[in-house]
Design a protein around this ligand. Structure first.
Ligand SMILES: Cc1cc2nc3c(=O)[nH]c(=O)nc-3n(C[C@H](O)[C@H](O)[C@H](O)COP(=O)(O)O)c2cc1C
Length: 232
């Protein structure tokens, strides 16, 4: 199994340590893990040129930094997005990267390999907001075409991992183990549900009836999706 992790922060706090626990529980002998830390490994803010949508992703001024990360996501079986909660949302640096993935959303050019992957969203907050972050990250998975995603949200009551009491850490470890077992059981068996299928078909109809973006349209044509083929 290949796992790609996008850490929405550079430091090793509660979110990092919980993500590490997941990796320990999920990894087997043949597991390959690729990890990116933000903002160190990721691009500067999107400049709004829309080149990725209209002219193609390689015309993005940040393509050199963005594309290796995108390829690692596309090659993974499991994608993990992890972020502490900052003012009731994901970190700005993770959002900055995710903006660069807009062209891969279902209305544009979803990658055919996305439709069999699993996503895992991890977030921690001191008191409130971790669930809001995982919900938002799972919305990104859905819009990339990833049919199955899980969320692990924890309000840890602390501003760093050292402050989290041992009893709470033990409970977190149990919850992480349970969710990791669930994910491993689903690995390799994931298929899109009705919601993905319906939205995908609607997007196909939109591509057929619209010529506003020939780059998107060509992607759907090349993949045979306008002639009844499905990516799953
Ligand atoms: C800029 C900033 C904003 C934060 N906003 C929230 C918040 O909205 N709600 C909350 O409960 N905690 C908030 N926190 C606390 C962190 O979410 C919390 O301590 C989290 O567990 C930190 O994870 P980390 O150890 O991985 O950095 C904020 C922390 C920072 C630095």
């Amino acid at each position: 199994m290949k796992i790609t992790v996008l850490h929405g922060q550079n430091h090793k706090g509660s979110t990092y340590n919980i993500t590490r626990l997941f990796l320990d529980k999920l990894a087997g002998e043949n597991t390959e893990i690729v990890e990116y830390y933000m903002p160190g490994d990721t691009p500067p803010a999107c400049i709004g040129c829309c080149n990725c949508f209209v002219k193609g992703e390689n015309q993005c001024p940040h393509a050199e930094v963005v594309q290796p990360v995108v390829r690692a996501i596309q090659e993974a079986d499991l994608v993990i997005l992890a972020s502490p909660c900052y003012v009731l949302g994901m970190t700005g640096q993770l959002k900055t990267f995710l903006d660069h993935m807009g062209y891969r959303w279902l209305p544009h050019r979803p990658h055919p390999q996305m439709f069999c992957k699993i996503g895992l969203a991890v977030s921690t907050a001191a008191g409130a907001g971790a669930k809001k972050v995982t919900k938002d990250l799972r919305r990104h998975f859905f819009n990339w075409g990833i049919p199955r995603s899980y969320g692990y949200a924890k309000n840890v009551g602390a501003t760093n991992w050292e402050m989290v009491p041992a009893k709470k850490k033990a409970r977190i470890e149990q919850e992480v183990s349970r969710l990791a077992v669930k994910i491993l059981k689903k690995q390799g068996k994931v298929k899109p549900g009705l919601k993905t299928k319906v939205i995908f078909k609607l997007m196909g109809l939109m591509q057929k009836s619209s010529d506003w973006n020939p780059t998107d349209r060509e992607h759907w044509e090349i993949n045979g999706w306008l002639n009844g083929k499905n990516p799953w």
